[in-house]
Design a protein around this ligand. Structure first.
Ligand code: BGC
Length: 384
């Protein structure tokens, strides 16, 4: 069966595939955005926005948690499938999956002991990860409803805003946040984060997309190849809180300065990779900091950012509890995250770059995930 959905200038069709799943393909791609109702969360309506570019790449985002639910690209054989974990309905997102595709805030990753001080004032945050605070707390930015800005049918961009009130999850200050997603015709998904505050507060925003470039979580990400432009990383204690040391990656399984297959050394890292890499770019300007490559599908993703750190998480806690939109359980190491960020626990580590936003300052951060494919198996990093 072929269903044609027409909305504005976008013409899309769906084709049945092996497990009866309806896979979306774009037959006459034209850049733009389409909005559709997507049920309710917290008693309020939520929407799903479909961004399409002229190459037929499709990104779907809901204003619940600013979640990227799907990122459909073509592989070397022109087969289209989503390279991120996601669900087709809001219901599954309300069951607290581990941050699949969501905006993370106010603070990406952990704050040790769930506390920090600014000057003489100490603050206690929600402790939602043992004794630590993780990804903004019990109800972080991944679980709130964002207000979408006006959309222009012909522009594949979505602006989401949220006011995080003084005291939310224990954080000081009213924080006004905007996150803008843009899908360019150059196959870049650009994410721009902006924020202002009326009291000094830590801010560290990121996106928590889980990638599997095969488009199929039946296979793990252990055969993906990763390169990270970082000579150092931040070692952690048993609660995954950085010790404060910045350690050289040279001669360790953390050395991804040249491309390595993820599975080749993962067993020598206790628990697998779940660490912050100290990028050589230092967050000084927008630079390419990592490339993830899947030799089987030919797909690759290049990561560009203005942030000084990158959390590479190899999906060590994925346990099969959630079913991806392909109908497959998301099991151990079937997806990985590349979260651009400041370093974990910075509010308690005086030698790490500061994450404190002051009134009058403007927080601004940008990250791009640029997708591409190689027609030749095993080759990486050159766009068509
Ligand atoms: C963290 C992991 C955590 C995962 C899901 C990642 O960003 O580094 O430790 O388990 O998010 O919560």
């Amino acid at each position: 069966m072929t269903v044609i959905i027409t909305a504005g200038a976008i013409v899309m069709g769906t084709t049945a595939c092996k497990n009866n799943e309806q896979k979306e393909v774009v037959e006459s791609p034209v850049s733009g955005i389409r909005k559709s109702s997507w049920g309710q969360a917290d008693g309020q309506p939520v929407d799903l926005y479909t961004l399409t570019n002229s190459k037929g790449t499709i990104v779907k985002i809901t204003n619940y948690g600013g979640i990227i639910t799907s990122f459909v690209t073509r592989d070397k054989n022109d087969s289209a499938s989503s390279i991120v974990i996601g669900f087709d309905s809001i219901a599954q997102y309300l069951q607290s999956p581990p941050y699949f595709g969501a905006i993370i805030g106010r603070y990406g990753n952990r704050i040790g002991g769930g506390k920090f001080s600014i000057g003489d004032q100490s603050y206690t945050l929600a402790r939602n990860n043992g004794e630590n605070h993780l990804h903004g707390g019990v109800k972080g930015f991944d679980k709130v409803i964002w207000t979408a800005g006006p959309v222009v049918d012909s522009i594949a961009a979505l602006s989401l805003s949220y006011l995080s009130k003084d005291g939310e999850e224990g954080y000081p200050g009213n924080l006004q946040v905007t996150v803008k997603y843009t899908l360019t015709d150059n196959d870049e998904l650009k994410i721009e984060y902006d924020a202002t505050t009326d009291k000094p507060t830590p801010v560290n925003l990121t996106n928590h997309s889980y990638f599997n470039l095969t488009g199929d979580v039946q296979s793990t990400i252990l055969d993906h190849q990763l390169q990270i432009d970082a000579n150092g990383y931040t070692p952690v204690d048993s609660g995954l809180i950085p010790t404060g040391e910045i350690r050289a990656v040279a001669g360790t399984p953390f050395d991804f300065t040249s491309s390595h297959t993820i599975g080749s050394r993962i067993d020598s890292v206790e628990g697998g990779y779940d660490h912050n890499w100290v990028l050589n770019s230092k967050g000084a300007s927008m630079q390419k900091v990592a490339t993830l490559n899947d030799p089987v599908s030919g797909r690759y993703v290049e990561v560009f950012t203005t942030e000084p750190g990158l959390q590479f998480y190899s999906g060590n806690f994925l346990d099969g509890k959630f079913i991806n939109h392909t109908g497959t359980a998301v099991k151990l190491r079937t997806a990985l995250c590349l979260e651009t960020q400041h370093f974990p626990d910075s509010p308690n580590k005086k030698d790490f770059p500061s994450t404190i936003l002051e009134p009058g300052q403007k927080y601004h951060s940008e990250t791009i995930y640029k997708v591409g494919r190689n027609r030749e198996t095993g080759k990486q990093g050159n766009s068509e």
